[in-house]
Design a protein around this ligand. Structure first.
Ligand code: TXA
Ligand code: MG
Length: 570
C-alpha cells in the first residue's frame, strides 16, 4: 500500500480508463456517488475487497454494499427479489438507497460478512454509473473515509484520508445529498429501515401502498390461526394491544455501522470530531425564530469560559446577525455557513464537510442546529446525534450493570436464565473493574416476557430447578411484562429466540444496540458450536426443563465473561 494517488477528472479519458483498468485488475479506487464518496473494488474478487479494508484501516467485520449501473447487473447477485424489493427498486433506483436482498452464491463472504444477504445500490451519479459501466463489474464500496472520520463528500476529503493508500480517486464534484444512502432490508413483507437517508420510510410506504401492498403496521392480522409458534405469540401480543408502532426517530436506527461492530451496550464510534458538538434547538418542531438567541447564548458561554475558537455550523441569516453582534470576535468565532437557515437539504449536504472543516481548524467546540425529525431531517439528526454523542468521551465506566432475560410469558425460560446467570456471576466472582481493580463490579439480573400476563407464578418446575441446581430462590415470584420503563433501564436485553429480539428492536428502536437474542450474542462474540435458540419447555416434564437449563447454563457460561469484558469488568 504505497501509491502516488492520482485524482482523476471524468473528462480526462486517459486517466479515467486507467482507473477503470485498476478496478478490473483488483485495485481500489475512490469514486463519487450522489450520497458520499465510496472506496470501490471488484465485488466478485475477495482479494480486491480485502484491499478496501486495508485502505480504510479497519477489520473486515461488516458487510459492504454492492454498486451496480443497471437493473440487469442486479439479477445474478441476488437469489430472491421480494415483491417489496421489486417495487422499491422500480421506484427509487437509481438513487440514494441501498436495498438488502438475499444474496446469490456470486457474492463472496468477505462482502456479506458471512450474512446470507447483500445490500444493492444503483447510484444515480453519472460518473459512478460510467465507471461501473465501463468496468462491467459490480463494485463493493463502503464510504471512503478513514475509520473514525466523517464520510467524504468531496474528492479532496478522500484525498486527505486515502492519500498513498489507493492508486486513483475519480473526482465527480461535491456529492449532492451529502449523507449516506438509506439502507433498507427488503427481505420480508415490509421494508425495515436500518439507516435513515434521503429516501424516507414514508416515501417507501407511499409507493408500496399505491402498488396495493398491505401495510402490516396499519392493520395487524385479526386472524393469526394460520401462523404458528413464537411468531404467532408475538403477533398475538401485538394484536392484543402491545404497540409495535413506535415512531422512528433519528437515534433509533441500529444498523451495525461500519467502523465498529455492534457491541452490547456500547456506542458506535464514528463521525467523531475531536471536539464536543453541541446541538441547539428543538428536534420536534420548528422554532427557528429562536435559533439566533440560542447561538448567541452558546457563544457567550464559550467566550466567558475561554472555550474558543468556537465553530458554528450555521445558516446564512443567523450568521449575518451574529457577525454584527460579535463584530470584534473574528478570531474566536469561526463560521461555516451551510445555506438558508431552515434549509435541511443544504444542512445535510454540508454537514460532513462542515464537521471536517471546523475540526481541522481545531475549534474547541462545534455548535450545530437541530432540524425537525421528519423527511430528510431524520437522517440529518441521526448523523448529527452520532457526531455529538461520540465526540466527547469514551464510554462511561459503570461498576453496576443490568441484564434482563426475555421470553414470551416469563414463567419458564427467562426466569431460569435469570437464576442461572445470577448464580454463575456469583460463583465466578467477585468481579472487579479492569481499569480500577479496587472497585467491585456488580450485576443485577432480571427477566420479563414480551407478552406476559403480569402476576402469573413461575412454573413449579422452574422454581424447583432454580432451587435444586442453582440455590436460587424463585418461589413466590411472578411474571412481568416488558415495559418501556423496565427495558430502558437495562444495559443488555437477552432474548430466548430471534423472534423476541426482532420484535423488541422493532418496538424499542432506540434500544437496538442493547437487545440481542442469545444466538445473536453468540454470533457477535463468534463462539463456535453453540446453539442459542431456546425453545419453550412449558407443559413438558421435568426432564425437558433440565435440558433447557443445561442449554442455558452452557450458553451463559460462554457469553457472560465476554459481556463483562466489554463492560470493562473482569
Ligand atoms: O451512500 C452509501 O451507502 C455509501 C456510498 C459509497 O454508496 N456507502 C456506504 O457504505 O455508506 P458503508 O459501508 O459505509 O455503510 C453501509 C452500511 C453499513 O452500516 C453496513 O453495516 C450496512 O450498510 N449493510 C451493508 N450490507 C448489509 C446487509 N446485508 N445487512 C445489513 N446491513 C448491511
Ligand atoms: Mg461508512
Amino acid at each position: 500500500m504505497n501509491f502516488e494517488t492520482i485524482c482523476v477528472s471524468p473528462e480526462d479519458e486517459l486517466n479515467f480508463s486507467a482507473a477503470v483498468r485498476a478496478l478490473q485488475e483488483g485495485e481500489v479506487v475512490g469514486m463519487p456517488t450522489e450520497t458520499v464518496y465510496g472506496l470501490g473494488a471488484n465485488a466478485l474478487d475477495p482479494e480486491a475487497v480485502k484491499k478496501i479494508y486495508e485502505a480504510k484501516g479497519r477489520p473486515s467485520d461488516n458487510p459492504l454494499i454492492v454498486h451496480v449501473a443497471s437493473f440487469e447487473m442486479i439479477d445474478p447477485l441476488v437469489s430472491e427479489i421480494t415483491p417489496v424489493a421489486k417495487i422499491l427498486m422500480e421506484a427509487f433506483m437509481p438513487g440514494p438507497i441501498t436495498i438488502i436482498m438475499k444474496k446469490s452464491h456470486l457474492i463472496p463472504d468477505i462482502v456479506s460478512a458471512g450474512l446470507d444477504t447483500v445490500g444493492i445500490r444503483f447510484p444515480v451519479h453519472p460518473v459512478a454509473q460510467k465507471l461501473i459501466d465501463m468496468c462491467g463489474l459490480p463494485i463493493a464500496a463502503p464510504s471512503a473515509n478513514l475509520s473514525g472520520s466523517p464520510s467524504p463528500t468531496k474528492a479532496e476529503h478522500v484525498m486527505k484520508d486515502m492519500h498513498g493508500r489507493i492508486p486513483y480517486i475519480v473526482d465527480g464534484g461535491e456529492c449532492q445529498v451529502g449523507l449516506e444512502s438509506t439502507v433498507v432490508d427488503a427481505t420480508g413483507d415490509w421494508p425495515v429501515v436500518l439507516r435513515p437517508g434521503a429516501i424516507t420510510i414514508e416515501d417507501m410506504e407511499q409507493v408500496l401502498e399505491s402498488a396495493g401492498m398491505r401495510n402490516p403496521k396499519k392493520d395487524l392480522p385479526q386472524d393469526i390461526s394460520d401462523i404458528e409458534g413464537e411468531t404467532a405469540a408475538i403477533l398475538e401480543g401485538a394484536a392484543a394491544g402491545a404497540d409495535p408502532l413506535n415512531t422512528p426517530i433519528s437515534q433509533a436506527f441500529t444498523v451495525a455501522e461500519d467502523e465498529t461492530p455492534r457491541a452490547p451496550g456500547m456506542k458506535y464510534r464514528h463521525y467523531a470530531p475531536s471536539c464536543p458538538v453541541k446541538i441547539i434547538g428543538d428536534k420536534t418542531g420548528d422554532d427557528f425564530d429562536n435559533y439566533y438567541v440560542y447561538y448567541k447564548q452558546e457563544i457567550m458561554e464559550a467566550l466567558l469560559a475561554e472555550n474558543t475558537p468556537v465553530g458554528l455550523f450555521v445558516g446564512e441569516e443567523i450568521a449575518e446577525n451574529l457577525k454584527i453582534l460579535f463584530a470584534n470576535k473574528n478570531e474566536e468565532i469561526i463560521y461555516y455557513i451551510y445555506g438558508d437557515s431552515e434549509d435541511v437539504e443544504a444542512a445535510s449536504h454540508h454537514l460532513f464537510d462542515g464537521l471536517r472543516t471546523l475540526d481541522e481548524i481545531h475549534v474547541k467546540m462545534i455548535i450545530a442546529p437541530a432540524f425537525p425529525e421528519k423527511g430528510l431531517g431524520i437522517a440529518y439528526m441521526n448523523r448529527l446525534f452520532k457526531a455529538a454523542s461520540e465526540s466527547d468521551a469514551p464510554v462511561a465506566q459503570k461498576s453496576k450493570r443490568k441484564i434482563m432475560f426475555v421470553c414470551s410469558g416469563n414463567t419458564c425460560r427467562s426466569p431460569m436464565a435469570e437464576a442461572i446467570c445470577r448464580s454463575i456471576f456469583h460463583s465466578t466472582g467477585p468481579h472487579h473493574m479492569i481499569e480500577d481493580p479496587e472497585t467491585e463490579a456488580t450485576l443485577e439480573v432480571t427477566s420479563a416476557g414480551t407478552f406476559a400476563e403480569p402476576g402469573v407464578e413461575f412454573t413449579k418446575y422452574t422454581v424447583d430447578l432454580a432451587g435444586y441446581e442453582y440455590e436460587e430462590d424463585l418461589s413466590g415470584r411472578t411474571s412481568q411484562v416488558v415495559t418501556d420503563e423496565l427495558i430502558s433501564d437495562q444495559d443488555l436485553v437477552l432474548c430466548m429466540t430471534a423472534d423476541h429480539s426482532k420484535y423488541l428492536r422493532f418496538k424499542y428502536p432506540d434500544m437496538g444496540d442493547r437487545i440481542f437474542s442469545l444466538q445473536e450474542i453468540i454470533d457477535h462474540f463468534t463462539i463456535p458450536n453453540l446453539s442459542g435458540e431456546v425453545t419453550d419447555p412449558y407443559g413438558f416434564e421435568y426432564l425437558v426443563y433440565m435440558d433447557t437449563a443445561k442449554q442455558l447454563d452452557t450458553i451463559i457460561r460462554e457469553i457472560l465473561p465476554e459481556i463483562l469484558k466489554s463492560w470493562g469488568m473482569d
